[in-house]
Design a protein around this ligand. Structure first.
Ligand code: FAD
Length: 320
């Protein structure tokens, strides 16, 4: 069976959920071989083996933390040369997409970004993408070289699938370009205790209808009752009510959670572009004609200042 390389996104050995989702998809098209780089790379092996990695190729070097993405591209290229995989899967994060694009260029291969599903095809893996603000679903496959595919978080379930997960050291020679862009400082954002927006299983978003920065407290309270991330429309962000890092949409982040709750958001096409692949969509809006209701699974016509706190209380009561 062909091997499929999976790039491991981890923080000091703790594997992030999108990588485990990639392992689920990789198993559909071949045998997953994970590539873990940098500090704590070997510590990822147990989690990766639990989720189907037959092998974990590791390489630790200070270059991965000290420079931007090129050392990681060098390492993935070395892994491709060592394994000759059927495909390379990378999480669709900002960094993941840069790594994937550079790798595809190096390999002279085709690339598919922001896939939301993946299946085996007669002539190679077939990726599903949601395009034109999710008004179309396309299926495509790479027809040249080793397919490089980035996959959006929450596109697949995390599944337990115990495998050998044998750790092997990857031999990497860094290119001259690897040390071209040095990281000069890192300032971690203050933690809200909430999940990362693009990875969250549930997102609760507020728009212009929230009508003020202080009112976002009710959106946050609903999010916290569900263990969700908080999103915002551009109107709310432009008004200075919520940080740009939380903006969902064409010029913000693209999310694909199991559940997306839009409160006081009209459903402009640019907002839809960032959330329309969510599995279940709920909207709370006082205007029954708001376009958001065209795409929801459940709609509540009502004042969010009544509905959102009532919903939060109900969820808290049911959770006990
Ligand atoms: P509005 O469209 O003003 O809607 C507010 C909604 O709240 C209304 O439907 C109203 O009925 C409802 N409401 C008001 N009060 C209440 C209440 N008390 N209870 C319940 N409902 C209430 N937008 C994004 O979101 N993300 C993007 O990334 C993005 N990128 C863009 C890029 C470009 C190039 C352009 C041109 C625009 C972009 N926009 C983006 C802006 C987009 O076109 C809309 O203007 C924006 O999404 C509107 O935000 P909104 O739905 O919060 O506000």
């Amino acid at each position: 069976m062909a091997e499929v390389l999976v790039y491991v996104d981890h923080v000091d050995g703790a594997v992030r959920k999108p990588t485990l989702e990639l392992l689920t998809l990789a198993r559909r098209i071949g045998e997953p071989v994970a590539v873990a780089l940098g500090n704590g790379a070997a510590d990822t092996a147990a989690a990766l083996a639990e989720h189907g990695a037959v092998k974990v190729l590791t390489h630790e070097a200070s270059e991965y933390a000290d420079y931007l993405v090129v050392p990681k591209v060098d390492a993935l290229q070395a892994a491709v040369e060592a394994v000759s995989p059927a495909a390379v899967l990378v999480p669709s994060s900002a960094e993941g997409k840069e790594i994937a694009a550079r790798l595809a260029l190096r390999l002279g291969s085709g690339i598919i970004t922001d896939a939301v599903d993946l299946e085996a095809g007669d002539e190679g893996p077939v990726a599903t993408q949601s395009v034109f603000a999710a008004s179309f679903t396309t299926k495509s496959r790479v027809s040249k070289g080793t397919p490089v595919i980035t996959v959006k978080p929450n596109s697949a379930a995390v599944e337990a699938a115990p495998a050998a997960g044998a750790v092997e050291a990857l031999s990497v020679t860094f290119s001259e370009k690897a040390t071209g862009t040095k990281v000069t400082g890192r300032t971690p954002r203050e933690s809200t205790g909430r999940p990362e927006l693009t990875e969250a299983a549930i997102v609760v978003s507020g728009g212009r209808g929230v009508n003020g920065a202080e009112n976002f407290a009710i959106i946050e309270a609903l999010a916290d009752s569900l263990g969700a991330a908080v999103g915002a429309s551009r109107a709310a962000v432009d008004a200075g009510w919520y940080p740009h890092t939380n903006q969902v949409g064409q010029t913000g982040k693209s999310v694909s959670p199991q559940l997306y709750i839009a409160s006081g958001i009209s459903g402009a096409i640019q907002h839809r572009a960032g959330m329309q692949t969510s599995k279940t969509i709920v909207a709370i809006n006082k205007d029954a004609e708001a376009p958001i209701f065209d795409l929801v699974d459940y709609g509540v016509v009502g004042d969010l200042f009544d509905v959102v706190p009532a919903l939060t209380e109900e969820i808290k009561t049911r959770k006990g």
